[in-house]
Design a protein around this ligand. Structure first.
Ligand SMILES: Cc1ncc(COP(=O)(O)O)c(C=O)c1O
Length: 390
């Protein structure tokens, strides 16, 4: 418990509950995109016609049909796998927890991006790892820097990466770097934990294959999720890994929660079999592209010139960089929330080793167009006022 602290995210999400505050903090998908009508029919049928099975216990690694569907989806992305290599999870987050339990002994070295997903740091913390973190630029993790690090004879347990529309920065790892990364993993003998809940949310540019598709030695653990495609409340994610790793994770899952909800697995599987997933994805992508452009345009118009931000090609987040001496945590508490009534996540929380204070993560997914423009404009105003007084 010494390493399990209340997280900044948890504290920040409470702003979301205050109707006066326009929050860009949580990574919430737009609830208008949840396919409510289809899910209503699917759940109704699942309970009324198949309830005796759909409400029963099932195998701990997940119902076979859903694992087959996910194996086929991953095959479509160039990953060689079968249903036996797939483990259904309680959201991708459970994958982070189970991988930590399976691999990390106290003091083991984990490499992450710098910054990295806070939820991963929270999941790994009880297992007491040490970290090294690699710089992220517009093409994702700077793999040359990683290589220099590895030359120092480090014993790396695993490398954690969010290659597609990274949380918090929104950037995507280039194809060339993905290939180099797997070469380095083979050469220096470490596992890669590829966490990709935003993979299907590309609204610009061309798709880059998963790192897992280049894995010839069974050393990549891929995590996927339906949270940003269907609905996070369903809590359905999956892992694809070598048989040995999937089995280990499956045993740990059995201990943790027996299985993921049978009903929710049946619902997601039915959705994939009977609904037009491509049409849903098209509307999700169109919505987030529009919201991203609206947020970036409004920032260009209202923010001080020196504030820079990433231009993601998918996902939910943009990452802001302020002047070197700007403290985004302090500004949130003293100006953004009380004066602008706007919330974001201060960048400091995303650093595993040394915090940088002059960043913020903004999510463009949740708010309506009108509130998005209003919130960003209000934030721009307090940033300009602050600049004039500085
Ligand atoms: C990078 C990353 N990994 C994993 C998750 C976990 O998502 P879930 O457990 O809802 O699938 C999230 C959620 O925001 C995320 O951003």
């Amino acid at each position: 418990m010494k390493y399990v602290k209340p997280s900044a995210i948890r504290e920040l999400l409470q702003f979301g509950a205050n109707p006066d505050i326009i929050s860009f903090a949580g990574g919430y998908p737009d609830p208008q995109l949840f396919p409510l009508e289809q899910l209503t029919d699917i759940f109704h049928t699942a309970v009324s016609q198949h309830g005796r099975n759909a409400l029963q216990y099932t195998v701990s690694n997940g119902i076979p049909r859903l694992r087959e569907q996910l194996a086929a989806k991953m095959e479509g992305e160039g990953v060689t796998c079968t249903a036996d290599d797939v483990l259904i999870l309680q959201g991708g987050q459970q994958g982070l927890d189970l991988v930590a339990k399976m691999f990390i002994n106290p003091g083991d070295l984990i490499i992450t991006e710098n910054p990295t997903f806070l939820g991963a740091l929270i999941a790994f913390a009880p297992c007491e790892p040490r970290y090294k973190a690699v710089t992220v630029d517009e093409d994702g993790m700077v793999v040359d820097e990683l290589e220099e690090m590895l030359k120092q004879n480090l014993k790396v347990k695993f490398l954690y990466t969010t290659p597609d529309f990274h949380n918090p920065t929104g950037v995507t790892l280039s194809l060339q770097r993905r290939k180099r990364l797997i070469e380095l993993a083979n050469q220096y003998d470490f596992i890669i934990l590829e966490d990709s809940p935003y993979r299907d949310l590309r609204y610009q540019g061309t798709s880059v294959p998963p790192i897992k598709s280049f894995d010839t030695e069974g050393r990549v653990i891929y995590l996927g999720s339906f949270s940003k495609v269907l609905a996070p409340g369903l809590r359905i994610g999956w892992a694809v890994a070598s048989r040995k790793i999937t089995e280990g994770l499956g045993l740990l899952k059995l201990a943790a929660d027996t299985q993921t909800s049978t009903l929710n697995m049946v619902a997601v599987s039915t959705f994939l079999d009977t609904c037009d997933v491509n049409a849903l994805l098209a509307s999700i992508r169109q919505t987030y592209l529009h919201k991203k452009e609206l947020m970036l345009d409004t920032m260009r118009k209202t923010f001080p010139q020196h504030v820079s931000f990433t231009d993601p090609k998918g996902g939910l987040f943009t990452w802001l960089t302020f002047a070197k001496d700007f403290d985004a945590t302090k500004f949130l508490a003293e100006k953004a929330v009380p004066l602008a009534k706007v919330a974001y996540v201060p960048g400091a929380t995303f650093y595993p080793v040394t915090q940088e204070m002059n960043h913020a993560r903004l999510s463009y997914s949740l708010q309506s167009d009108q509130l998005l423009v209003e919130g960003i404009s209000r934030l721009g105003q307090v940033l300009r006022d602050h600049q004039h007084h500085a």
